[in-house]
Design a protein around this ligand. Structure first.
Ligand code: PEP
Ligand code: MG
Length: 591
């Protein structure tokens, strides 16, 4: 039966495919496709795991018999019988084989997928005894996974400690021609990066906001996505046909043939539009009245430089280096590894400037999957040890990053950008460490280059003390994602308050406008690198506010350029003033 789930539209376009649910599986498994000639071996791997678990349980039963525990604990013995029965269950093993044969999933992925299917059937059972057998099924699957991982099973399987979705190790090989869409409860930004290499045509998550980092990475991949879709991962079943409308924030499950045809048409229209925009790649971004606009790219990894160039970016306005630090189980990249990464980005941009932002972990970008340390779940990470605060708390780590950036600057122009500054003392400490890094490299005779220094304006305290920043820095970059979050006290990752996350709230516009005006009056560079810069609905207003440098994901550059080519900034002044004075600016902007 067809139904619709609503969420937040975060990445444009239409995706149509079969659902791959990775939501409620508690097991941390790798997801990858096996080659057609590996299918038989994968099934064999599964069979061997099953046989090993059967043997393990039979041994356990025998030992119960020897200890006379059979009679003492008849329920234990009965439970093991249930486990044996489940292992031989045709629906489980037949279903798992289906995912391997038809979809080419690796055995672990196939097993957890089928677990999901059967577990849902258990959930729907009326008989409470039968419903509770779901836990047995999960234990049996966990035993098999443990065998497949080559880890010996403890006799009493401990309860899994995490309920998190994980897609670690997901290296996808597009051997299967059925389009697949990913449905998950949540995905960490690190997981999202893994998906950059995936075959998924789109994704949906239950949680997340429009400018959550997960959504940002989705946009960078240029695949349709809907987040904050509440219980999508529960409502949608494994392998359901799904349409993701990334423009409207709608997910249609099990669509009728008429809807499929309609969305198929929209999808093709989108492709035609993209091809049309691609022709603008080499057109200079100049307004009708001759104002040259700088269009820069936001990147997460050195290799993204290729996409930036392909979209016609004239530089990188934001390299979010924290993605080099995430998902590494606490082992941070050392100076040498970072130097190689930054150098690759600089060389990849072929002489165009690269703005490298120092690490911004914390809040919704935890280093690893666990967002908080144990016992700290009462804290608000967005207000905690994040970004520059985290860096200054570990000067040795920060120095290593600064040295790596300065060394990479010998290979091309680099701007060094510092996130989330608010205090004069933070500015002083940061600049002192930059000087220290430079002197160390000089003393060691290591090659390094000059960098321009920039500050992100993303905390209201910074936006209200711009002269302080202009005294110390060569340029400013406005991080509207955080500026909105902190000005309006709205967690950018929380879908429950997403309706209050308002980029055109008068307070936000006031801070953005005054930052641009003050930087310009001092002749200093200012750009916007938050999601606002890539929103075509905001281009006219930002131009009217005097912005001449925009940084956004490469996938958005051409659409923004199209808007710029249609604008005459001499005609924007009056309108811009009325937007700034309006009680409800959104109404004027959408006109
Ligand atoms: C911002 O806050 O607008 C920004 C660009 O930084 P990030 O999204 O990485 O926090
Ligand atoms: Mg930010």
């Amino acid at each position: 039966m067809s139904f619709t789930v609503h969420g937040l539209a975060v990445s444009r376009g239409i995706a149509i495919g079969r659902a791959v649910i990775v939501a409620s599986s508690r097991m941390d498994v790798a997801h990858y496709f096996v080659k057609p000639d590996q299918v038989a071996a994968e099934i064999e791997r599964l069979r061997r795991a099953r046989d090993a678990v059967v043997e393990e349980i039979e041994r356990l039963q025998a030992s119960l018999g020897e200890q006379g525990a059979h009679d003492a604990h008849p329920e234990l013995s009965a439970l093991l019988d249930v486990h044996l029965m489940l292992l031989q269950d045709e629906q489980l093993s037949g279903g798992v084989k289906h995912w391997i044969v038809e979809r080419h999933y690796n055995a672990e992925w196939a097993l957890t997928t089928q677990l999901e299917v059967v577990a849902r059937q258990f959930d729907e059972m009326e008989d409470p005894y039968l419903r509770e057998r779901k836990a047995d099924l999960e234990q049996v699957v966990e035993r098999m996974l443990r065998v497949m991982r080559g880890v010996a099973s403890p006799v009493a399987a401990p309860a899994p400690s995490t309920s998190e979705t994980t897609v670690s190790g997901a290296l996808f090989d597009p051997t299967v021609d059925v389009p697949l869409v990913l449905i998950a409860h949540d995905l960490s930004p690190a997981d999202m990066l893994q998906f950059k290499q995936s075959v998924f045509a789109g994704f949906v998550t239950d949680v997340g906001g429009k400018t959550s980092h997960t959504a940002i990475v989705a946009r960078s991949m240029d695949i349709p996505a809907v987040v904050g879709a509440r219980s999508a991962s529960h409502l949608i079943n494994q392998d359901d046909w799904v349409i993701i409308d990334g423009d409207a924030g709608v997910v249609i499950v099990d669509p009728s043939p008429i809807l499929l045809a309609e969305y198929g048409f929209k999808q093709r229209q989108g492709e035609v539009e993209r091809e049309r925009l691609a022709r603008l790649k080499n057109t200079p971004a100049v307004t009708l009245d001759g104002q040259k606009i700088e269009l820069l790219a936001n990147i997460e990894q050195p290799d993204d430089a290729a996409a930036a160039l392909k979209a016609g970016a004239v530089g990188v306005g934001l390299f979010r280096t924290e993605f080099l630090f995430m998902g590494r189980n606490g082992k941070l990249p050392d100076e040498e590894e970072q130097y190689q990464a930054y150098r690759r980005a600089v060389e990849g941009m072929q002489g165009l400037p690269v703005t490298i932002r120092t690490v911004d972990v914390g809040a919704d970008k935890p280093l690893d999957r666990t967002p908080l340390r144990a016992g700290e779940d009462h804290l608000n990470p967005a207000l905690g040890l994040r970004a520059i605060r985290w860096s200054l708390a570990d000067p040795a780590m920060f120095l290593a990053q600064l040295r790596a950036i300065l060394r990479a600057a010998a290979f091309g122009p680099i701007n060094l950008l510092v996130p989330m500054l608010a205090h004069a003392s933070e500015i002083r400490q940061t600049l002192a460490l930059v000087n220290k890094a430079r002197s160390q490299l000089d003393a060691q005779g290591m090659v390094h280059g000059l960098v321009r220094l920039g500050a992100m304006i993303e905390v209201p305290a910074a936006a209200l003390t711009i002269p302080l920043f202009l005294r110390h820095f060569d340029f400013l970059s406005i991080g509207t994602n955080d500026l909105i979050q902190y000005t309006l006290a709205i967690d950018r990752a929380d879908e429950a308050v997403a309706h209050l996350y308002d980029p055109v709230h008068p307070a936000v516009l006031h801070l953005v406008a005054s930052t641009i005006a003050q930087a310009r009056s001092m002749g200093k560079g200012v750009s916007v690198c938050g999601e606002m810069a890539g929103d075509v609905g905001m281009t006219r207003l930002l131009l009217g506010l005097g912005l001449r440098s925009f940084s956004m994901h490469p996938s958005q550059i051409l659409a923004v350029k199209q808007q710029i080519l249609r604008c005459d900034t001499t005609k924007l002044a009056t309108w811009t003033q009325s937007v700034l004075a309006a009680e409800d600016p959104a109404a004027l902007i959408s006109d």
